[in-house]
Design a protein around this ligand. Structure first.
Ligand SMILES: *[C@@H]1O[C@H](CO)[C@@H](O)[C@H](O)[C@H]1NC(C)=O
Length: 183
């Protein structure tokens, strides 16, 4: 959280923050794993095998970061369903950061970009800001950034940066988070 908050308060643009976070994700993997996965696994059955593998790997390896998660089933655009979902009951990362902009700019957008670009698998992440749950859907393309409803949500009241901004009278009337990096 310290690293993330430093990243968020350096006055960088949202896309710079997203790119830094994608670099962090890439660095977690051995060098040849990502291109090999994309080349060998992703093409099998239109990516379904890759989507199911990634859901399992995410549920197993990310509990330290997000808390309890389990694999579930998602409906694919072709009408079939596939066990390529991960349901995070109450995301610790979101709960600790307390800020919608941190969730969106350092987690949702970079993670979606990472799986698409580095592994060839589309991913939609649907955080719920009322109960801090999050549904991952591997194999589903995210909507564009101007139509994704999650990006239109107002700042969370518990976000300390909102209060800080009010005190500084910086954009005091800005309630939309995506454009206001800090909340
Ligand atoms: C978010 O969670 C709340 C509480 O569990 C629920 O009532 C609401 O329908 C959920 N929102 C979405 C978009 O799923």
């Amino acid at each position: 959280m310290e690293v993330v908050n430093r990243l968020m308060t350096k006055g960088r643009s949202n896309s710079e923050i997203e790119q830094s976070a994608v670099r962090v994700l890439i660095a977690l993997f051995p060098p040849f794993l990502l291109p090999l996965f994309k080349m060998l696994i992703t093409p099998i059955q239109d990516g379904k095998i890759a989507s199911m593998m990634l859901a399992r790997a995410t549920a197993l390896s990310c509990q330290w970061l997000m808390g309890t998660c389990s694999v579930n089933s998602v409906d694919l655009p072709d009408g079939s369903s596939c066990s390529s979902g991960v349901f995070v009951e109450r995301c610790k990362y979101l709960e600790e950061s307390k800020c919608l902009g941190v969730c969106i700019n350092t987690c949702k957008l970079p993670t979606q970009t990472f799986f698409k670009e580095c592994m060839g698998v589309p991913l939609l992440m649907e955080p719920n800001f009322s109960d801090y749950s999050c549904q991952f859907k591997f194999g589903i393309c995210p909507p564009t950034q101007d139509t994704d409803k999650v990006l239109q949500e107002p700042c969370l009241n518990i976000c300390p940066n909102v209060q800080r901004r009010r005190n500084l009278r910086v954009n005091a009337d800005t309630t939309q988070c995506p454009k206001a990096t800090l909340c």
